[in-house]
Structures are given as C-alpha cells and as structure tokens.
Design a protein around this ligand. Sequence first.
Ligand code: NOJ
Length: 546
Amino acid sequence: MSLPWWQTGVVYQIYPRSFQDSNGDGVGDLDGITARLDYLADLGIDAVWISPFYPSPMADFGYDVADFCDVDPLFGDLAAFDRLAAAAHARGLKLLLDWVPNHSSDRHPWFQESRASRDSTRRDWYVWRDPAPGTGPGTGQPPRPPNNWLSAFGGPAWTWDKSTKQFYLHSFLKEQPDLNWRHPPLRAAMLDTLRFWMARGADGFRIDVAHFILKDPELRDNPPNSAPSGGHKPTAAYDTLLHVHDKGHPDVHEAFAEVRAVVDGYDERERVTLGEIHEYDLERWATYYGRPDADGRPQGLHMPINFGLLQTPWTAEGVRAHVDAVERLVPEGAWPNYVLGNHDERRLATRLGPAEARLGAVLLLTLRGTPTLYYGDELGIPDVDVPMEKRRDPAGITSGVPALGRDSGRTPMAWDASPSAGFSAAAPGNLWLPLHPDHAVLNVATEGEDPASMLTLYRRLLHLRRTTPVLQQAGAYRPLDGTPSSVFAYTRGEGDVLVALNFSPGEVPFSPPGGDAWSPLLSTHGPVSKNNLRAWEGVVLGRRDG
Ligand code: NOJ
C-alpha cells in the first residue's frame, strides 16, 4: 500500500526572515525562498513549512498576526506567495503554512473592534473577564486578574483594559491576545482562513501552540507545581504552576476534528495538519491524533509534533526508550514524526555537538515516521552568541530571562563564502541578525564540494531514504537487544535495513547479527569498518538479499 506524501516525505522548516533576502533589506522574503527552491528540491526534501509571513507588527516576529489572509510587505505580497506556491508545486514540493489559531496581534482589526466596547459584536472573539472580586472600579482596590494564569513569556496572562474596565487573556505577549475558540463565529472565521490558503495552494498547516486553543471554561486557578521540571524552557515563575487549566482542555480534540474535517474535505488533494503540541507525557501527546472514526482512522491532527528527541538524554538507552514509547503509543492508523530542531530551540550542532548532530541526522532520517528538518541544520550551523544590543527576540527581553531568547538559532542561512554569505545584498552589519561566525566554511557552496561535510551527509541520507522503500514507507521498526550499552540499533522492514548508532565518544565493538549478510549503505564516518563503531558513528547497512 502506498502512503500519502506527508507520511513518506521529509518536511523542511524555513524561518522566512533568515532564508534568502531578495531585495537587499537584510531580511529574508518570499521571493527569496522561491529563488532557492532548486536547492531544496536537489537536497531531497518533500515539503517546505514556512514560519509566519502574515502582516504583523512583529512583536513576536510574525506569531502576532494582524491579518490571517495576507502577506506582510516585509516578505512580499499575495502575488509573491502565488509565485512561490506555483514554483514549489512545479518542482514537486509541498507547501505548509504556519497557522496561528491561539492568538492574533493586538493590532488585528478583530481585536481593535473587540476592545472598543463591551457591546462590540466582536467582544467575545477574545477572552475578556472582570477583575477578581473585591478589586477594580468602585472597590478602592486596584484591579487584580481573574485568576493566577501566567504568560509563557513572563508576567501575568491578563492585561487590564482601562477603557472597557476588563482584563483580556494572553498566553504569550500582551500584544498577542488569545482568541476565544468557545465562540462559534470566531471558530468559523478561523476555519475560513484555512480555506483561504488552501484555495491559494497550501498543502497543509503547521499549527502554532495547538494545545493552547481551549482552556478551562471556568478559568480555574492553576495549581502550584511542587516539582518544577524545567518543562519547555519556562521562566522560573511560569514553572511554579502546573498548567492544567490554561491549555489542553479535552474540548481541544473536538476542535481539531473540525479542523481536520475542513482540511481533509476541502478537495481531493491530500493535505496535512502538523500541530505544535508541547506535551511531554507521551500518552497525553498521543491523544492529539484524535479519536478513531468508524473505520478506525484517528480524526484529530494528522501529526501532533513530537518534540521528544529534543528533551531526551542523548544516550542509546534514552533515545531508544523514547522511540520505543512512540512506536507503542502512536494509535493504530496514525503516523509517527520526529524533530531535532526548530526556531524556538538552540541549534542542533551546538546543543548536541557537531559529531553528535551527525549521528542525529542518521537517526532522524531512518526512523519510521515523518522527519522535520530546520533550515541550516543540514549545514551544521551553530548557535550564535548574538551580542546583547543586537538581540531581537521578546522571549529573552520581556521575560527578563536572556537565556530564553531564541535569536541564536534564527540567524541567516549561509549559501556561499561571500561577506553576507549569499543571503543578502546588504552588508553583513545590516542583516537583521548576524551570520554565524563560521559562515565562510559552513555554507552550501563550500560544503557541497566536501564529501565529509554535514551537507553531503544530509544529501546522502535523503537520497538513501528516497531510494529505500523500507525507510521511506511503512517498513517496521524493530530495536535490537543485546547491543553494547552505548549502541542503539534497529532494523527497518523485515530486517532489510539495519541502523546502528554509537552514542559515545569512544570506539565500541559491534558486529551486526548475521555478519556477512549485510553490505554498507552509509556511515557518518566514510567507509564502514567491520567489527566496530567509531566515536559517535552511525551506520546504515542493507541486507544483501534484501
Ligand atoms: C510557538 C512558536 O513556535 C513560537 O515561536 C511563538 O513565539 C509562540 N508559539 C507564540 O506564538
């Protein structure tokens, strides 16, 4: 049985400010992406996910959307989007948009209308509440928020509106008021934005903080967190609460069933929803695939993004435990997915280390499921220590916790060894964020010539995946027992392909079961040696008669 493209394919995430600048203003744009599609097609990926490019005051660099159905002039216009969609499709590439349903910008006309008066027809498109009892107008006490919810970016999740004398909810910045998914007209309007982009050629959507859209209808206080875990990079204050009421309400599943019905039912094309779900309890994460229909097919998100590998200790045991759990918990009829980097994280090559990141590439591209790659990770771009005065990300500025800033992993793509790395005609000092310091070496042109580069490894892996049906299709995953403790090994298909990964800085003995039955397909280290794995080496072997 052949699988739909979103199961066999590899997704590549582009942060549009940083991929390619076509007009010399130091910021990437849509025409820039169009100009680089040949690179992506040649690399061997199948779908491009572009972080938001909608009109935005850029308080959160596009995740504060002022119009869900247009393009910010910084990135181009709708005609530029149409050119991009046509050019991507002409190359067989799919195009995924970043849909931001939890909040809009406070400059969105919907919010402007909503805040204009308590009687506005759009009042309930956002979440408004009176102050806590005994506080606010007429009580002699300053208004206090209606509950203890906190913003993920620091401070309370409520901002007081002086003119209408109520608080509005914002799970992120105060410039990102939360939309009210319990209000049918808002829901209908948001579903229409999906139709708008599907009509223009979108092949699917990455859904921003999908688990946030439905909260406790009674807005109950979150309970204290007695064992702060560090969770998903929260501020210390955010981590003092258990976020049980401000997101992930069970009603979210019915909302995503509706989203899926709109996406699946739009026309005969196969489209995908990839939901951003920061839920580290894998059983709860798996519920976002949704409940099964009469034929047993889950009806929620096609794929809740699985961030597990970003949290898992980088050891054979830790990674295997994670993969085994995913394999066990992904419901019948649903499809796994994995990711090692994105625009909210530190860069892969720095987080793990360059050799470890090569091992990660082999893992990501040989597991059963859809991998998502983050632009520049295929070059091994490191995290950039952006000087304080050049930092842009509000998560690191308004939270008062500079370490939460995400600029270091969002720096421009490097295409060649020229001063601005082929990213822009602007001078290096005029780029929106600085280039990584190794851009004269870690760039597409230089690495393309080097058989030992990260880019060459990614190209070979992507090619191998495309030409090896058990890797790309539904070939079973079976972990191998009895390997040395630093080795995680598994077969795909009916033992057709064997992957062995050495999670240690030392050489370890390793002979695949059946010895001579295997021939080498690929190694992170060049030629495969017979009876051992070198430091952080990953090998892929094919069964001779396979
Ligand atoms: C998750 C996005 O990935 C992140 O970049 C953004 O700041 C928040 N959602 C708020 O939209």
